[in-house]
Structures are given as C-alpha cells and as structure tokens.
Design a protein around this ligand. Structure first.
Ligand code: PMP
Length: 451
C-alpha cells in the first residue's frame, strides 16, 4: 500500500507547553553553544513526519541536516539495528575485523571504483572525523603540508576541520591558533560569480586564481591537498559549473596534489546519484562521507585510492569508528538507496526517487520564482535544493529568508537555512510527490504572505 499524503497537524499553538518546559531545562543544562532556531522538541517520527512532545506533527524538509535519508525509523533500518545490537554492539574496529564493516567497505567502494582502480575505507563517527582523517592521510602520503580549501565551505568543528571551514568567523573566533598552512580560495558560485567572472567563466577564474597563488605565495610542491565540496552545502547549496571540477582534477594532476571531495552533505544519494561529484566527469583521490550513510546512526567514512592509503599500521584509528550497529543501519540504508529493498511509492530506488521528486520540486520552485521577485535563485540536484532570497538590488536578503523560514515552520514545515540568505530543501529521500506537494503548498502560502 502507498503511504497516504497527510497534512501537518498542529494541536497546540507553537511552542506547546511540554515543548516550552523541555526547552527551559535544555537552556539551563546544555552547552551554551547550541542554537535553537525553532521551538521544536521531537517525540517520535514516521517517514517524513515528525511529531513533537505536544502532539504537533510536522513535515520534515531538512532531515536533521541531510541525515535521515530513509526517513524516521524506517522499518528496514530498525530491523537491521535490532538484529545487530542483539549480537554485539562494540568490539573496536581498530583492533579486530568485523564482517559487517568489511562488507560495508566492500559495498561503498563499489560505488567509486573505476576499472583498474582499488579503494580502501577508514571508518569514523562524524563528518569532522572523516575530514581529519582525509587531511592526515593527504599530508602523510604526499609529505607536503599545505591544504587549500574554499570560501563558504563547511568541513566540521574539530581543529583541523574548523581551519578548513571557510565560512562564518564565529566558528574560529577565540579558538586559535588553528592548523597552520591552510589557504582559502573562492568557490565558483554561478549565481554570485567571484573574481569578476561570469556564471560561464567562474570555474576557470577560480582555477586561474589557484595557479596564480602557486606562482606567488603558495609553492605548489608544498601543497598536499585541495579539499572541496563538489556541491557546497552549508555555504548555500551551490552547484558549480560543469567544467570546474574536471579542471580542478587536471590542476591537481599537474602539481601532484591530492583532490579531496567532501561528500558529507551532498553524498549518499541525495543528489540523485550516490555521490554528488558523479554529476561531473571527475574522480577524486579521497572522499569523506557521513550524515546520510546510516539514516541517523553515527558513522562516517574516509575513502581513498589504494595507491594513496599508504599510512602505516597503527598510525590512525578510532575507538567507536565503524560501530557495528551503525554499520548495520548503513547496510539497510544502502539497500534502500540502491533499490535492493524497495520503498513503496518511491520507484526502483531512493536515488531514483530523489532525482524524480527533486526534479518535480525544482520545476515547481521555478514557477514560484517567476511569481515572487525576492526568490533570486533556485538551484540544486535531486533533493539537494537551495532557495536564495534577494533584495530588489540583488543582494542577499537574510532577514527575509529568516521571516520566510519561520512562517513555514509555523505552518508545520520543518526547514533549515544555510548560506547568507538561503533555505535548504534536504528532505528524507523517501519523500513522495504528494508529500512534496504538501510542503510546496506550505512554502507558497508563507511566501505569499511576504509578498
Ligand atoms: N563536511 C560537510 C560538507 C558538512 O556539511 C558537515 C556538517 N554540516 C561536516 C563536514 C561536519 O560533519 P559533522 O558535524 O558530522 O562533524
């Protein structure tokens, strides 16, 4: 049977009394660094729906930041987790092999390996941990130290990762000194082309800029790696021009530099392909994965070409990394992404569904863009979609975005901002066209109120 489209159900004014009480306790006992953009305290989820402690059911258009790929508590994932935790929950992968992680690695590399190539996998627990591993490996393998990252990027909050992160100073202020020998270059954003370029030339402009740095301030033979999100997430859900990543690959080859693709947010089927870089004709040396791998259980992976993974025995590890319960959830998630296990109403696989429903949402948003002049840009691939709000003069309008986002929330649509003035649409990949229509209806209502 097909899941029936539902509407959000708001039983109380938001926030309800139980939500308020928990938020009050939360504000007293949890880290002062946590943000609380919306008064929402989840009680349980089902599919693309989340119900709060007061019984208000919301449509989830952000999936816990692109994590809950198979929706909330998918029965296939729940079963896999239950089976594994009954067997054993931990034995430390750094010291002992476990079939469930061995087979997970075999399965992941199948999605990357080209003929004649072999890849290997290191497992961690979070995106930041995968990024740290990638940088350590690149330095260790090349014997070089410098890392180039992009402006607007987000790579995590551990020391190496915040150094690489190229957005918001609040991530860095007061935390230094950070990692030495890290530089940032512009990201080729076709909507806001950097370096005086145009949407068509912005990719080449960034390549030329990097080559210029190599001639002037960064000796190319000291550069270990360039790390980049093939589609930029926190920076605003930005898709680079088609010629950029292949040109970046060529540049890395020319100078013996490792190319690291951070697929933590855009990867794992979200873009309609397993990895977002697969929309372009390009192959990296190292890949970082996290978020969507295991439908919400904490596991991350750093994949590297066998020829690159040359670090020595014992040089890197992680107590919890590759936890077998999380690995079981990852297998179940891959079943659904690949279509080994079908989800009713989602075609052959969740990747196919992401592509189809994402295409539908994009087309509908483009229509809205014609109607609402403050929607400056609608962009993305699959269910990785960004909606940028602009002022009449074209500058980003973060205030209007915030108002729109809150209005959507108050009508029962969970959403999340990114970039300076962007709402990201990153729902579970089980989103049906009918549920997408419900979400789009709420968005339209909220936008019409702004008009
Ligand atoms: N890389 C990217 C591209 C991300 O989007 C994020 C998280 N937003 C991270 C790394 C860090 O992941 P985590 O929060 O799991 O450490």
């Amino acid at each position: 049977t097909l899941p029936k489209p539902r509407q959000p159900l708001l039983r109380t004014a938001l926030p309800g009394p139980k939500t308020q009480a928990i938020m009050e306790r939360d504000s007293k006992h949890l880290s002062t660094s946590y943000m609380r953009p919306y008064p929402f305290v989840p009680d349980h989820g089902e599919g693309v729906w989340l119900t709060d402690v007061d019984g208000n059911t919301m449509l989830d258009f952000f999936a816990g930041i692109a994590v809950s790929t198979t929706g909330h508590s998918h029965p296939h994932v729940v079963k896999a987790v239950q089976e594994q935790i009954t067997k054993f929950a931990h034995v430390c992968l750094t010291d002992y092999p476990q079939e469930i992680t061995t087979s997970l690695a075999e399965r992941l590399v199948k999605h990357v390996e080209k003929p004649g190539e072999k890849w290997r996998v290191f497992f961690g627990n979070s995106g930041a941990e995968a990024v740290e591993a990638a940088v350590k490996l690149a330095r260790n393998h090349t014997g070089r130290t410098h890392i180039i990252s992009t402006l607007g990027s987000f790579h995590g909050r551990t020391y190496g990762a915040i150094t690489l992160t190229g957005s918001k100073t609040k991530y860095k202020r007061g935390f230094g000194p950070l990692l030495p020998n890290v530089s940032h270059v512009p990201y080729p954003n076709p909507f806001r082309p950097p370096l005086g370029s145009t949407p068509e030339t912005c990719g080449q402009a960034v390549i030329d800029h990097i080559e210029n740095l190599f001639q002037t301030v960064i000796p190319s033979d000291e550069v270990a790696a360039i790390i980049i999100e093939p589609m930029q997430g926190e920076g605003g859900y930005i898709v680079p021009p088609a010629d950029f990543l292949p040109a970046l690959r060529a540049l890395c080859d020319k100078y013996g530099i490792m190319l690291i693709f951070d697929e933590v947010q855009a990867g794992m089927g979200r873009s309609g392909k397993m990895f977002s870089f697969q929309h372009f004709d390009v192959q990296p040396d190292i890949i970082t994965l996290a978020k969507g791998i295991a439908s919400g259980l904490p596991i991350s992976a750093m994949l590297a070409k066998e020829s690159v993974m040359t670090w020595s025995v014992g040089s890197h590890g992680s107590t919890f990394g590759g936890n077998p319960v999380a690995a079981a959830a990852a297998h179940a998630t891959l079943d659904l992404l690949e279509g080994v296990e079908k989800h009713p109403g989602c075609g052959e696989s969740l990747m196919e569904n992401a592509s189809a429903v994402g295409g539908f949402i994009m087309a509908e948003l483009k229509k809205m863009q014609a109607e609402f002049p403050f929607l400056g840009d609608v962009r993305g691939e699959g269910l990785f979609i960004g909606l940028e709000f602009v002022k009449p003069d074209g500058r980003p309008d973060g205030k209007l975005r915030d108002t729109a986002s809150m209005a959507m929330f108050e009508k029962g649509l969970l959403n999340l901002d990114c970039g300076e003035a962007v709402i990201r649409i990153s729902p579970p990949l089980i989103l049906t066209r009918e549920d997408a229509q419900t979400g789009l209806g709420i968005m339209r209502e909220a936008l019409a109120e702004l008009q």
